[in-house]
Design a protein. Structure first.
Length: 130
């Protein structure tokens, strides 16, 4: 039967979890078989909370670093990466579809309106000639 070692502390569990160790890797680190580790976690919900908290804290820390780099003005690649991941930017502009879309169809001018416009144009020409 596996007994938790002395180094199974909240600090160690959170650190290993934050570094990305899997449940299996954590089991081996603490000297347990993977199934023993999973049984231990299910019997000790606080340890599962430590694992989840460690991962969350690591993600928050890395996200904060990435954000600081993206907004510093010193790392344009990180700015572009951040905008792609968090703001939905893409390499291809979204308005490409608009540029290649067919021109909207202009409604046909009625015969009466066309005749009226021609008359007005002729009248303007006559005024200029006078």
């Amino acid at each position: 039967m596996w007994a938790p070692p002395d180094n199974l502390t909240e600090e160690n569990v959170k650190k290993l979890s934050g570094l990305g160790l899997s449940y299996k890797q954590m089991a081996w680190y603490f000297g347990a078989e993977p199934q023993q580790w999973l049984d231990f976690i299910s019997d000790n919900p606080r340890v599962k909370r430590w694992i989840l908290k460690g991962r969350s804290q690591a993600i928050a820390h890395v996200t904060n670093s990435a954000f600081n780099m993206a907004t510093s003005g010193k790392f344009p690649q990180m700015t572009a990466f951040w905008l792609k991941c968090k703001a939905g930017w893409s390499e291809t502009p979204n308005d490409v579809e608009e540029l290649s879309a067919p021109e909207p169809e202009i409604p046909p001018i009625t015969k009466a309106l066309a005749e009226k416009l021609l008359e007005q144009r002729e009248a303007l020409k006559k005024e200029k000639d006078v």
